[in-house]
Ligand binder design. Sequence first.
Ligand SMILES: N[C@@H](CCC(=O)N[C@@H](CS)C(=O)NCC(=O)O)C(=O)O
Length: 309
Amino acid sequence: MTRRAIPAYPDAAGITNVRRCALFSRVLNVRSATPRDLLALVIPAAAAPETTRRDRAEGVCVRRQQSSAGIAARSPAAWWRSGGTITSASVAPGTAMAVEVCVKAAAGASDVVGDCPFSQRVLLTLEEKKISYQMKLIDLSNKPQWFLEISPEGKVPVINFGYGKWIPDSDVITQLLEEKYPEPSLATPPELASVGSKLFPSFVKFLKSKDSSDGSEQALVDELRALDSHLKDHGPYVNGANISAVDLSLAPKLFHLEVALGHFKGWVIPEDLSHVRAYMELLFNRESFVKTKPAKEHLVAGWAPKLNA
Ligand SMILES: N[C@@H](CCC(=O)N[C@@H](CS)C(=O)NCC(=O)O)C(=O)O
């Protein structure tokens, strides 16, 4: 099928082409609307009522140009080739637009989630806020062209709130989720937002280290000890009784730390760091975590090539 851009045309409703494509894509559950998709969506109402049953079910109203020749008399393809245009599209009030999120697929198993802590952080936030979403798994070793178009840096996670614009970066995404879906609140007080922020780089340095005297193990233990001490005074979560955004950022990283260091170095978190250990157990047993975590073997497979790089 040849893909063709939706033609520019005057739009009384002032809806941009980007938004219109997003609407069609949403209705059709496809990445981007194609001529055929549009025809399938727009034309079925042979008697030319302006909305199709599917449009109405989805709360999307598509209006066709009432062209001189009369759409009903033409085949959809002929209509499109002759430059048939869609004059406006709008979303009915109250229509919930689907949230779509692209996350990393497991290496060698493109139908399950992979080992990206940033992707899992976003999934955790969606789960904890009980936002329904469509997950798209991206094989980062073989990125599809459509993915590179929506994520030019080729990175996951990226999210789309239903209006066609794809937004990258887990920091930005989780902040937007908090703004758009304030309940339940996952806001972390600013003074606690950086608790544990050096854990991940310290873990990666130690994991990759081939020199046992380079201090990387001690640096990691120091970071864990600082977190332990914070949790001892303020726990069980970083902000006390309730989970918040900073915990959802730390949870996947601590999971990577535990699984990867256990596998590659036979290393475990020192026993005296009991608050960190209890914290991890609490996080890893949450329904949201169980639902979004990568399998241990995929996590290990994801790290293996990086250790020999
Ligand atoms: N700062 C970004 C980091 C995202 C990131 O580095 N994602 C990795 C996967 S975990 C990625 O997409 N890498 C591209 C690649 O491997 O080709 C965020 O927080 O979302």
